[in-house]
Design a protein around this ligand. Structure first.
Ligand SMILES: *[C@@H]1O[C@H](CO)[C@@H](O)[C@H](O)[C@H]1NC(C)=O
Ligand SMILES: *[C@@H]1O[C@H](CO)[C@@H](O)[C@H](O)[C@H]1NC(C)=O
Length: 346
């Protein structure tokens, strides 16, 4: 009798638990729109990479890292090329994934005809309008959300010309147009694709401080003026062990403005070599970030800034740092993957 019972129970104990731990599926179960990843055109020649990129149980959304930026789409004035962006849109559509447009106006990756054109205010305004209208219009109906205004913008609206690293930062748009390029770009994007959610996407806004305060007042002021603004993109390029303690409260403060919040460029880098202790801390950090999005109702989704260390921007930008993604260079899941799973499920 007793032995019979053991025979019944033992296989149940030994059988592995059903593996349903997949990042996008779990995001949907948590009430979000997607879990997704950035990708870039040169990577699309790697078949093993593309196979996992198209795995919709992990990734329900793609963002093109570079190929919709100004230097790629309007390299000379009035001449548009969309082949790079189109290839990523086609890849996403094949896999049934949502797409984030990235981006209309940014002070980096600009062609020199924009930065060195010495345009006056009205001419640059028409250039911004033509660029956003043509870009967003080209993808009309295909894009869930657009990063219309991309980072290093809101410090321009601070009373003092400072930013987080203490240097004065400026851009051709701000110098020539003041902050008027922000409503101009947003209104143009709305007209070009009324269904797309329009975002301001920024970095170092993951904690409360002068930058997040400036962003909050900017969004309030845009809403008061009737300028279309639907969301705040929190880039979330973090360092292992340094997830701000106010992260969730900051996401909540943005959501309280009545806009969507999305984590748009998540990665969590470390000083190399990656040790077991660092990878374990990174797992906890990914979990903390994902739980914060889960707990804030207005947070609609999370995008990682590529899924594999093989194609991460980090080593090329921060000397001696890397291992920032949830998969390693050989496309093997790291502990960070389990951190994301735990963030969605706990
Ligand atoms: C997709 O990803 C999940 C989770 O990482 C994995 O279990 C599954 O085998 C993958 N599917 C394909 C077709 O590669
Ligand atoms: C540029 O023109 C806009 C009107 O489109 C105006 O509001 C703004 O103050 C001007 N900015 C500068 C720096 O001249």
């Amino acid at each position: 009798m007793f032995l019979h019972l053991l025979y019944l129970i033992l296989p149940l104990l030994i059988l592995p638990l059903p593996i349903s731990a997949q990042l996008h599926t779990l995001a949907l179960q948590a009430g979000k729109k997607y879990f997704g990843t950035a990708t870039d055109n040169p990577e699309l020649t790697n078949t093993a990479y593309v196979s996992q990129l198209g795995n919709k149980t992990d990734f329900g959304q793609l963002t093109p890292t570079n190929s919709m930026k100004w230097d790629a789409t309007e390299p000379s004035r009035g001449t548009f090329t969309f082949s790079g962006g189109d290839a990523i849109v086609a890849q996403a559509q094949k896999a049934g994934q949502l797409i984030r447009g990235h981006n209309c106006v940014w002070h980096q990756q600009l062609p020199s005809w924009v930065t060195s054109g010495n345009f006056d205010n009205a001419t640059l305004a028409s250039i911004v309008q033509n660029h956003c209208s043509t870009l967003v219009g080209h993808y009309k109906g295909e894009i869930l959300s657009w990063d219309v205004i991309n980072d290093r913008i809101n410090e321009h609206t601070l009373p003092e010309p400072f930013n987080d690293d203490g240097t004065f930062r400026t851009s051709v748009f701000f110098t020539t147009m003041g902050t008027s390029f922000i409503p101009i770009a947003l209104r143009t994007a709305r007209a070009a694709d009324p269904a797309a959610k329009l975002y301001i996407n920024d970095f170092n806004i993951e904690s409360s401080g002068p930058k997040s305060t400036a962003l909050i007042s900017l969004v309030k002021s845009l809403k008061t003026q009737g300028v279309p603004i639907d969301g705040i993109g929190v880039q979330t390029h973090l360092i292992v062990g340094e997830v701000p303690s106010s992260f969730q409260a900051t996401l909540q403060a943005y959501a309280d403005l009545g806009v969507e919040v999305a984590i748009t460029e998540l990665d969590i880098r470390m000083t190399l070599p990656a040790t077991q202790a660092l990878l374990e801390q990174q797992q906890r950090d990914y979990q903390t970030v994902i739980s914060a999005c889960k707990n804030v109702q207005g947070c609609v989704g999370v995008t990682i800034w590529d899924w594999t260390d093989k194609f991460s921007w980090v080593p090329g930008t921060f000397a001696g740092q890397g291992a920032a993604c949830p998969w390693d260079e050989n496309f093997v899941k790291k502990l960070a993957y389990q951190g994301i799973v735990a963030g969605w499920t706990n």
